[in-house]
Ligand binder design. Structure first.
Ligand code: ADP
Ligand code: ASP
Ligand code: MG
Length: 416
C-alpha cells in the first residue's frame, strides 16, 4: 500500500461541487489501496479577496496581521473538504499548518519551511484516516502564524510528502499538466509527459506559476516525484522527476512569461568598488528578491544600474534604494512596472550554441525591443514591454518548433 500526498489548488476547491468531486477522487484513490494526505488551497479567489479587503481597511498592513487574515482562507477549505470526505464515508481529520507541525522562519508573507514534524499526521494515517492539511501556512520559531508566499500550498504539499516519505506528490490544478508554455497565453502549447527537476526549477524560477519555486527545490532535494495534473479531467499529467534528459528531448522545453516583476534604475552611480554591495546588501536584508541586474561601465566614471524586483516588493525596495542612492551620490532613481520577463528554458541549450542569437532575432523580426538580458546554463531571459508579452511568447514558441498543431482543448476555468 502506497502513500500519496494530493494537493488541490484554489480552482480545484472553488465551489461545493468541486469540493465534492475532490472527495470522490480521494475515495477512488483509497479504493486503489493508497493512503492519502491532502493539502488544500483557499477556495477560488479567496486569497485575492482577503488581500483586497485588507487594502480597503488599512494602508498599514503589518505582516503578522496579513498572515492571520490570509491563513483563514485555507482553513475554510480544509474543514469543508473534511466534511465532504465524511459524506462519502471517509474518516478525515483537518489540520492547520501549526497542528501539522510545519515550522517556518519568521518572515511574514514569505516564510521558509525549516522543519515538518509529521508525527500527528503519521499517527492519523496509521489509524486509517485521511489527513487534510491547510496549505500555505506554518508556525514560526517565535510561535507566530506565517504564510509561505503566493502559491505556497505546493511547497506545503511537497514538504509533507518528503517528511512522510510519500511515494509521490500529486499537484491537482486547472490545466492538465506542465506545458511548453502557459496554455492561456500560447494555446498551441504542448503537454510535457516528463520534465527534469533541473528544468522545472528554471521554469519556476523564471516565474511559471504552475509550480511554486520552493516546492520544486524541496522535491529535488528530497527526491519527491511530482505529478502535475488536472482536477477537471483527472487524466495523467506531467511527471517532474530526477530522470536525466534524453537526446530525443527537444532543446527547448519551455517558454515562461512573468508579469510580476518591476524594474528599478539607479542613474549616474559612481563606478567604484563597493557601490553594488552598498545597494544590494540592504535589499537582501529586507528580503527583497532581486532578479536581473544590469550595469554598464562608462567613460566618465559614472554608470546606471538597473535591476528587477517582484512588484510586491517594489515599495519596500524603492524606499531602500532612494536612501542608498543619496548616500552614494547617484543622480536619481526611476522605476517601471509595465515590463515582463520572457524566458526560454531547456537542458539542451548546454550543448546547442546559437539559441540566444536565434531568440533575439525572432524578437527583433517581431519588433519587440529587449530591455535587459540574463542567462543561466539552461535559461535565457529577456525583459520586454508588458504589452509585448503574449506576442513574444507565441512567436518564440513557433520559432523553436514547440507548437503542437492544435489548440489546448480541456476546460480553462476563469482565473481573473
Ligand atoms: P493552483 O491554484 O491550482 O495552484 P496556479 O494558478 O498556481 O493553480 O497554476 C496553474 C496555472 O499555471 C494554469 O492555470 C496556467 O495558466 C499557469 N501556467 C503557467 N505556465 C504554465 C505551464 N508551462 N504549464 C501549465 N500551466 C502553466
Ligand atoms: N491561497 C494561496 C495563494 O493564493 C496559496 C496557494 O494557493 O498555493 O497564493
Ligand atoms: Mg499554484
Amino acid at each position: 500500500m502506497g502513500l500519496i500526498v494530493q494537493k488541490y489548488g484554489g480552482t480545484s476547491v472553488a465551489d461545493p461541487e468541486r469540493i465534492r468531486a475532490v472527495a470522490e477522487h480521494v475515495a477512488f484513490t483509497r479504493r486503489h489501496g493508497n493512503d492519502v494526505v491532502l493539502v488544500v488551497s483557499a477556495m477560488g479567489k479567496s486569497t485575492d479577496n482577503l488581500i483586497a479587503l485588507a487594502e480597503q481597511v488599512s494602508s498599514t498592513r503589518p505582516g503578522r496581521e496579513m498572515d492571520m487574515l490570509l491563513t483563514t482562507g485555507e482553513q475554510v477549505s480544509m474543514a469543508l473538504v473534511s466534511m465532504a470526505l465524511a459524506d462519502v464515508g471517509i474518516d478525515a481529520v483537518s489540520l492547520t499548518g501549526d497542528q501539522m507541525g510545519i515550522i517556518t522562519d519568521s518572515v511574514h508573507g514569505k516564510a521558509k519551511i525549516l522543519e515538518v514534524k509529521a508525527d500527528r499526521a503519521r499517527e492519523a494515517v496509521a489509524e486509517g484516516k485521511v489527513v487534510v492539511v491547510a496549505g500555505f501556512q506554518g508556525l514560526s520559531t517565535s510561535n507566530e502564524i506565517t504564510t509561505l508566499g503566493r502559491g505556497g500550498s505546493d511547497t506545503t504539499a511537497v514538504a509533507i510528502a518528503a517528511a512522510l516519505g510519500a511515494d509521490s506528490c500529486e499537484i491537482y490544478t486547472d490545466v492538465t499538466g506542465v506545458f511548453t508554455a502557459d496554455p492561456r497565453i500560447v494555446p498551441q502549447a504542448r503537454k510535457l509527459k516528463r520534465i527534469s527537476f533541473e528544468e522545472m526549477l528554471e521554469m519556476a524560477g523564471a516565474g511559471s506559476k504552475v509550480l511554486a519555486l520552493r516546492s520544486v527545490e524541496f522535491a529535488r532535494n528530497h527526491h519527491v516525484p511530482l505529478h502535475v495534473r488536472s482536477s477537471f479531467t483527472w487524466e495523467p499529467g506531467t511527471w517532474v522527476n530526477a530522470e536525466e534528459p534524453s537526446v530525443e528531448d527537444p532543446i527547448i522545453s519551455g517558454i515562461v512569461q512573468d508579469v510580476n516583476e518591476s524594474k528599478i534604475t539607479v542613474q549616474s552611480v559612481p563606478d567604484r568598488p563597493g557601490i553594488s554591495a552598498a545597494l544590494f546588501e540592504p535589499l537582501a536584508s529586507a528580503n527583497v528578491n532581486v532578479d536581473m541586474i544590469v550595469q554598464n561601465s562608462s567613460a566618465d566614471g559614472k554608470t546606471d544600474i538597473s535591476f528587477t524586483v517582484p512588484k510586491s516588493d517594489l515599495q519596500v525596495a524603492l524606499g531602500i534604494v532612494e536612501t542608498v542612492a543619496k548616500s552614494i551620490g547617484a543622480a536619481g532613481i526611476t522605476h517601471q512596472t509595465d515590463i515582463a520577463k520572457v524566458s526560454l528554458v531547456g537542458a539542451g541549450m548546454k550543448t546547442s550554441p546559437g539559441i540566444a542569437a536565434k531568440m533575439f532575432r525572432v524578437l527583433a523580426d517581431e519588433q519587440v525591443n529587449i530591455e535587459m538580458i540574463s542567462t543561466s546554463t539552461i535559461r535565457i531571459s529577456v525583459v520586454v514591454a508588458a504589452s509585448a508579452t503574449e506576442r513574444a511568447c507565441q512567436v518564440l514558441h513557433r520559432a523553436f518548433g514547440l507548437d503542437s498543431g492544435e489548440a489546448y482543448s480541456a476546460p480553462l476555468p476563469d482565473r481573473k
